[in-house]
Design a protein around this ligand. Sequence first.
Ligand code: TYD
Ligand code: MG
Length: 452
Amino acid sequence: MSTKTKFVYTCQKCGAEYPKWAGHCADCGAWNSLVEDVVVKSNPRFSGYLATTTETVSLLAEVTSDTKSRIPTSIEELDRVLGGGLVVGSAVLIGGDPGIGKSTLLLQALCNLSQHHKVLYITGEESLQQIAMRARRLELPEDKLFLLAETQVEKIINIAIQEQPEIIAIDSMQTMYTEIIPSAPGGVGQIRECTAQLVRYAKQSKAALFIVGHVTKEGTLAGPKVLEHMVDCVLYFEGEQDSRFRVIRATKNRFGAVNELGIFAMTDRGLKEVSNPSAIFLANHDVPISGSAIMVTWEGSRPLLVEVQALVDDSHLTNPRRVTVGLDPNRLSILLAVLHRHGGIPTYNQDVFINVVGGVRITETAIDLALLLAILSSIRNRPLEQGLVVFGEVGLAGEIRPVQSGQERIRAAIKHGFKKVIIPKANAPKKPIPEIEIIAVKNLTEALQAVR
Ligand code: TYD
Ligand code: MG
């Protein structure tokens, strides 16, 4: 096939392409996100229907599905986010900050998997000695894992064709390159083309593929969003570098739910599973502090107790700051508007900082009420009652809306010794529960009254 190379500028955020560089992406509005990229244009005369005439159509009912197509990784928390194990022929992208534990988790999973399957671990970052040293230190079963230090995709695929591994892992995609593109490894074009080749090979050979991807300083996977479209499952590592806990979240999964979390602790013996994580993110305060509220979040099939902290302070800026860690900043803006309109509490001349303690990210709206009460507590400089747990979604009309698994959340609060909950009216249990005082509220006014 004859090929011709062309330069384009690709937005790292949305993948839009432009013929010229600009400081601003007209598609998604991101600033400074265009990078030079190379596209390989195939000659149109050789592509198209002629090339695909060997394909045939199939009846849905006649397509066989392999019942044994899930492979357990023997790391339960990883299986949980994968939706019950690794799917044969699937591609899984593992993203996260450098040093967060991607290679450690991968090595642990691969050593275990290699006991029953043929596994090939391809590294472009560490030397084989470094990997061997790590495996020995972690006392992993190392006798059956195949390693390869290589960064050229064509060579990797050739070796895979010879060796026929059932599971292939690439650490990391940013170090890989393909000969058909002249640009340096790590560029958007290289990443996209290398991933496409490897995923194509994996699908054809029915091998499962793990791909490690680095994260940019903005917190997105390097390379445009197209990378996420090419794989079946995207797992993100969350967590703060100085905290021992690491959370893995599936942000995309073609074979399972996306809201499951896998929780690990980084120890001197690698990543250890935390199978009962409900209270690990709770900070212990000797005295109650203002600006702090505790909520029960329901992630996947488990409750988690999390502390939300707010700091509201006089601002000297024309545009006061709104900063959130572990939370969507737009959600904060909406809640501040609701607090003003329906609670009569203005914050237009205040800086508002929000932190979800422990480095977890909360994506569900059940955090709303806890967030508002934490903000209120900071404005009043008065702690909320000790032993109080709060959850509930706040609507634009100031109504408090129910959240899923309300009863289970209350039970989780009781289990950890909390004495009082403020919850949406629609989540109130029919009968009172002796262990805990339940305050069910319909709207923001009632909620504010409950913490007077
Ligand atoms: P690593 O898996 O190399 O990170 P990534 O591949 O995501 O860049 O993790 C390295 C970090 O983990 C390093 O800072 C040290 C820490 N670590 C431990 O604390 N204990 C261990 O047993 C291992 C293997 C790593
Ligand atoms: Mg690594």
